[in-house]
Design a protein around this ligand. Structure first.
Ligand SMILES: [Ca+2]
Length: 728
């Protein structure tokens, strides 16, 4: 600390002399999958991003920053190499980086010119085989996701956002005097955990320090949520991965709210980490000569147009936040916004420009330094080239040009389908003017401008061999999108070999004899769950073989909710109870942490709209021996729930309680507090039924007079008698 303080004073006395290297330090915060719409200073009034907003107040906020290709690795490789995808690859193999391009990254040029370089975070650049990214930085650590929560030496879990900034702070703390540095902190947030589709903590895991943020806020629906916008897309855009992932994350209001809140927490988690870093920078006396850059690798649909993810030609995918705070600029340039067209490919020449390093002739971007510190050069670009061809056999490829007034795109693998949008009169890009007679001249101009770029950047790509859509436009069962369905129509939810596809604590869960096995020693203080990560479940027919030890207590949770407020793997919601030695509980319908006992085994029940369950008929109750395999079946259609054990119906319930019921949620199983036990599940499979099955209505299912109320859980007064229903 003392030496760093001295360094500051030394600079005050000798700043600008030839002895001191007063070139600026460069800190680059790079987020994943983030739009401008999720940052306060870009106009979001809900999200809390004070530290990012302060960067904008101190620097320049770009209103027209874009990526050339909206996908993680191309955007990253472009920044590292200074070239767009078409140029760092080849027409026959556009996805691979040519070795000669990857040889010297911008970080190597900085290092060769006296900069100490650091890189912490998500790498994901597609470099030639055998490439060693650690050779291109003084200090390098790839920190990825899956899991987002990293186990620390003391056993605690720490979010990757925090770990990355921890490394960044260690880096500046060990910064030698009199030497500039360039530090990259490239977050995995706010990328979804694609393999974990549990809404909220599963799909968008946030740093736990921001737990509870936005919990009581309703996030507005996506601005472009009108289904007509989706319907107007050509078929190949309705069946693409953008639609598949819409089913993963945004297709119901509940999922949208849960995932958006989680996503916002990820953003606020980044913001807090940036604040922590800035404080460390100030304490190290380095803030006055450190330029901070904030940007993202691509935009994100977030439900707009009925889509998810990035990839296609709309601004939702191409536009990214870009904020540059250079403490050295004069006061009139602090807090400014610019409409100049900036691109991700501009970042490496900008970094080199700041460092006074010659910009290689094959770099395709231009330094943004004048825009930040002086004024936009008179000959600044007036259009930008955009393309997509990554995962071309599954994601529709396009190329095109965007000016400040029009956007042109052509999907060259899909009949050459063209788009022309008037960005002034139609900033949401809802109208395609490609066939409009009034705009044929503009279409021609932009076509040929695109041709010029294509030629200059590496030429047309070789023809595509085959293309496979990702989904049908309107899946019957959204949960089935992306799932592999067996011949019998069922999706296997447990592979019999591993806990792959499940999330739970391995202190309780393992695989034994081909069965998903939960074991407790009788000391549990809270029920413990293992949750299926593949999709939420809505309407379904579930089959599973179950074996439980005498006295054992477990349950099959369905349409459940992850409750990270209670524990990372805690789930609440409906449950088909498994209770070995209590016949009236075995196969009953229970609601964990909710309305509790909804029907005992053998009770046919209607829950009235106020949430009171009424027994409308009794069914025979049978006993099923412990320590033997039994066939459990759960069939849920709309608000009608039915359970069976070995073909004997144990629950038949209609849930008319709109406020209390859930229509979708996760699948999980539990081990219960109480005596030591072992529960096993095998041949676990689910058939997803259509999403739009009708809900049974109160008028069609009247509760008969004389029906009595289901006995609630817990200790009741001695003289307790069930309420008796009388029609209102
Ligand atoms: Ca990304």
């Amino acid at each position: 600390m003392k030496s760093l303080l001295c360094l500051g004073i030394w600079f005050l006395s000798f700043g600008g002399s030839l002895v001191a290297d007063d070139r600026p330090n460069i800190v680059f915060f790079f987020t994943d999958d983030q739009t401008t719409s999720t940052i306060g200073c870009y106009g979001n009034e809900i999200i809390h991003t004070p530290n990012i907003d302060r960067l904008a107040q101190q620097g320049t906020r770009f209103e027209n920053a874009f990526v050339s290709q909206a996908i993680c690795w191309v955007s990253r490789t472009t920044i590292l190499t200074g070239q767009v995808g078409r140029s760092y690859g080849t027409p026959s193999d556009p996805e691979s980086t040519r070795p000669e391009v990857a040889q010297t990254l911008y970080s190597d040029l900085l290092r060769n010119n006296g900069y100490r370089t650091g890189y912490f975070g998500k790498w994901h650049a597609k470099m030639p085989k055998g490439y060693r990214p650690q050779d291109h930085f003084d200090d390098f650590e790839a920190i990825g996701r899956n899991p987002f929560y990293k186990k620390q030496p003391d056993g605690s879990l720490r979010h990757e956002t925090e770990v990355i900034v921890d490394r960044g702070i260690e880096f500046i703390k060990s910064q030698p005097e009199g030497e500039p540095f360039a530090l990259n902190m490239w977050f995995n947030a706010c990328h979804a955990e694609d393999s974990d589709r549990r809404p909220g903590i599963g799909h968008f895991p946030w740093p736990r320090a921001v737990d509870g943020m936005y919990e009581d806020i309703t996030i507005p629906a996506p601005r472009l949520s009108d289904p007509a916008i989706f319907e107007a897309l050509p078929d190949f855009l309705q069946t693409t991965i953008n639609r598949e992932r819409f089913s993963w994350r945004w297709n119901t209001d509940q999922k949208y709210q849960t995932n958006m809140r989680a996503y916002y927490r990820m953003v606020s988690g980044i913001d807090r980490a940036i604040g922590r870093f800035q404080k460390a920078l100030e304490e190290a006396g380095l803030a006055d000569n450190t330029i901070i850059v904030y940007s993202a690798d691509n935009g994100y649909y977030m439900g707009n147009r009925g889509l998810a993810g990035k990839w296609s030609h709309y601004d939702n995918a191409l536009r990214v936040p870009l904020i540059i705070a250079d403490p050295r600029v004069s006061p009139e340039h602090k807090g400014q916004t610019t409409s100049a067209i900036a691109l991700n490919v501009d970042l490496p020449p900008t970094f080199l420009d700041w460092a006074g390093v010659e910009i290689p002739s094959d770099y395709q971007g231009h330094s943004l330094a004048p825009i930040v510190g002086d004024e936009t050069p008179a000959d600044w670009r007036t259009d930008s080239f955009h393309e997509h061809f990554a995962v071309r056999s599954r994601i529709p490829a396009f190329e095109g040009v965007r000016t400040d007034r029009f956007k042109y795109a052509r999907y060259f693998d899909h009949g050459g389908k063209e788009f022309l949008h008037d960005l002034k009169n139609d900033p949401d890009e809802l109208h395609n003017l490609a066939d409009d007679p009034q705009h044929q001249e503009m279409l021609k101009q932009l076509r040929s401008r695109t041709d010029e770029y294509v030629t200059a950047y590496g030429g047309e790509l070789d023809p595509l061999k085959s293309f496979a859509p990702s989904t049908v436009p309107h899946p019957d069962a959204s949960a089935e999108v992306g799932a592999r369905v067996n011949k019998d129509g069922f999706v296997s939810v447990f592979d019999g070999k591993s806990l792959r596809g499940w999330s739970g604590d391995d202190a309780y869960w393992s695989v034994e004899d081909g069965a998903l096995t939960g074991v407790t020693d009788g000391s549990l203080k809270m029920n413990r769950f293992i949750t299926w990560k593949n999709s939420t479940i809505r309407n379904f027919d579930l089959r599973v073989k179950v074996k439980v030890t005498p006295g054992g207590n477990s349950g099959i949770q369905y349409r459940g909710t992850s409750r990270p407020d209670l524990g990372l793997d805690i789930v609440t919601g409906y449950q088909c109870d498994v209770v070995a030695n209590v016949p009236e509980y075995n196969g009953m319908l229970y609601e964990e942490k909710g309305r509790r006992i909804l029907s005992h085994t053998g009770e046919r029940v209607i829950i009235d709209p106020q949430g009171q369950p009424w027994v409308i008929e009794k069914m025979p109750v049978e006993t099923f021996a412990p320590d033997e395999w039994h066939d459990y079946r759960v069939l849920v259609e709309g608000n009608h729930h039915q359970h069976w054990i070995d073909g004997v119906k144990t629950a038949d319930l209609i849930d008319l309680d709109e406020a209390g019921r859930a229509l979708e949620g996760v699948l999980a199983v539990q081990v219960h507090v109480g005596p030591a036990m072992k529960i096993q599940y095998k041949d676990f499979k689910i058939k997803h039924l259509p999403d739009d099955l009708p809900l049974l209505q109160p008028e069609d299912h009247p509760i008969p007079n004389g029906a009595y109320g289901v006995r609630p859980q817990g200790r009741l007064p001695k003289d307790w008698k069930p309420p008796v229903y009388t029609a209102p």
